[in-house]
Design a protein around this ligand. Structure first.
Ligand code: GBH
Length: 453
């Protein structure tokens, strides 16, 4: 009997299939054509912050190699590409003079995408804040909000004819908490007081609002805009009503400081009670800006937390046992159900619609090219098992309209440098040779059939 791809494994018509990247992780050319220094350019040079002292200077050299990279995407049948614009290329000092060479660069890049029939999904900010702005207070200071407003106006006006899908910020919780919280795992690595940390969230929310405003004002016909959030996602230990209710309570508690103001136009009572005297300073009009309606919500989904009901409490969180399966990224427990619950809970709780999974993927070390192949069965299995759960969400009526694999290429994995590989395409960082892994071939087939294969 010939093998058929059963209809029950197929995705909705017009489902968006793509891959994701971010400028600082792939472009390299960190000093080229007038680009300013970013906080990650600086932070990566602080001894001990990035594995092996890796820097962003060369990365995948995508800055110079984008035509071949986009031809490769096309050959894999990938027609949607999430990327980010490097703020320090456009405004090297954060505000101040515009760098025309930076503007011109992304024009060439968008033209090349168009030539290859690939639709761009453009993130305005994926963590590479201009160092000059950090020197003036960075995310702790309102100066960043004003500078971002101008940056968003500049890029949306410049590219309105070429870009229709805009994402304001990538993962507010990451660049604030990891950059300014205890531990200083990410740039700028400057721990601040609890009040100032809450202020970084608030400033980021305001920048999101300005991103939305800029798209409404300058985006042109058909332009759409949304946030990409990295909400923390619980998985109920069983799908009994009680465990699901516990998961819901956990979800709201962990994410309300970002998702409530955006969807409800205020900080919740619970949040204000939690932060007490450390609540952020809010100016008149802030919440109108923050809660301006968006066209979609992006969620980055990697790993989940186990939660169950507990008498007398809102929930009980259960630590994964030591031998629970993980990727080489230690934080990345392999929990396919997280994609189901992430999509379902943002929809049920906040009415988010449509939802795009703007990142999903896994990081492994020591993936080597052998006889021209990288047989990353672990990544193929990862994608397949998470996609099954995504399909279950869609079957249950959750309005998921697209999915992007993180990442197109192996790249600069922040504090893990170049050791940790997330790409479906292998990059030899010595020669810059690209080799599509088995997972890329697999994903091509998923796209071709619009079904889990
Ligand atoms: C995404 O964040 C990023 O958007 C992307 O740039 C990145 O390359 C990709 O994930 C893969 O990591 O080490 O305990 O401090 C994913 C969410 C949240 C994952 C913070 C790493 C650090 C945990 N990230 N987490 S810890």
């Amino acid at each position: 009997m010939p093998f058929l791809h059963p209809a029950k494994h197929s995705f909705p018509d017009n489902f968006i299939w793509g891959v994701s990247t971010a400028a600082p992780q792939i472009e390299g050319a960190a000093q080229a054509d007038g680009k300013g220094e970013s906080v990650w350019d600086r932070f990566s040079r602080v001894p001990g912050k990035v594995l092996n002292g890796d820097t962003l200077d060369v990365a995948c050299d995508h800055y110079h190699r984008f035509p071949a990279d986009f031809a490769l995407l096309r050959s894999l049948g990938i027609r949607n590409y999430r990327m980010s614009i490097a703020w320090p290329r456009i405004l090297p000092k954060g505000d101040g003079p515009v760098n025309q060479a930076g503007i011109d660069y992304y024009h060439r890049l968008f033209d090349s995408l168009a030539t290859n029939g690939i639709t761009p999904w453009v993130t305005m900010f994926h963590w590479d804040m201009p160092q000059a702005l950090e020197d003036r207070g960075g995310w702790t200071d309102h100066v960043t909000v004003d500078a971002f407003a101008r940056y968003a106006d500049t890029i949306v006006s410049a590219y309105s004819g070429k870009v229709k899908n805009w994402i304001t910020l990538n993962e507010i919780k990451c660049f604030t908490l990891l950059g300014y919280g205890p531990g200083a795992f990410a740039a700028p690595g400057r721990p601040v007081s609890a009040k100032l940390l809450n202020q970084t969230f608030h400033h980021a929310l305001l920048c999101h609002g300005h991103g939305v405003r800029a798209v409404r004002q300058h985006g042109g016909p058909g332009a759409r805009v949304g946030l990409t959030d990295n909400c923390d996602v619980p998985i109920p230990v069983t799908e009994s009503p009680a465990d699901i209710q516990a998961a819901r309570a956990w979800f709201v508690e962990k994410n309300l400081h970002i998702l409530d103001p955006i969807h409800r136009g205020k900080y919740s009572e619970d949040y204000l009670k939690r932060v007490g005297g450390d609540a952020p300073t809010v100016r008149d009009g802030d919440f109108e800006l923050i809660s301006a309606p968006t066209d979609f919500l992006g969620i980055n989904i990697y790993t989940g937390y186990w939660v169950r009901a507990k008498p007398g409490a809102a929930y009980e969180e259960i630590d994964a046992p030591v031998n629970y399966p993980r990727a080489d990224s230690k934080w990345l427990r392999l929990t396919p159900q997280v994609i189901y619950w992430g999509a379902r809970l943002v929809h049920e709780t906040y009415g988010a619609k449509p939802i795009y999974v703007t990142e999903n993927g896994c990081g492994y070390d020591a993936e080597n090219v052998v006889n021209g192949e990288v047989l990353d069965l672990h990544r193929r299995d990862f994608l397949r098992s998470y996609l099954r759960e995504l399909q279950r969400a869609i079957d249950d009526g959750v309005p998921v309209a697209g999915y992007f694999v993180w990442s197109f290429l192996d790249n600069f994995e922040w504090a893990d440098g170049y050791v940790r590989r997330f790409g479906i395409v292998h990059v030899d960082f010595a020669t810059q040779k690209r080799t599509p892994k088995l997972s890329a071939r697999y994903y091509s087939e998923v796209i071709r059939f619009n079904a889990i294969v």
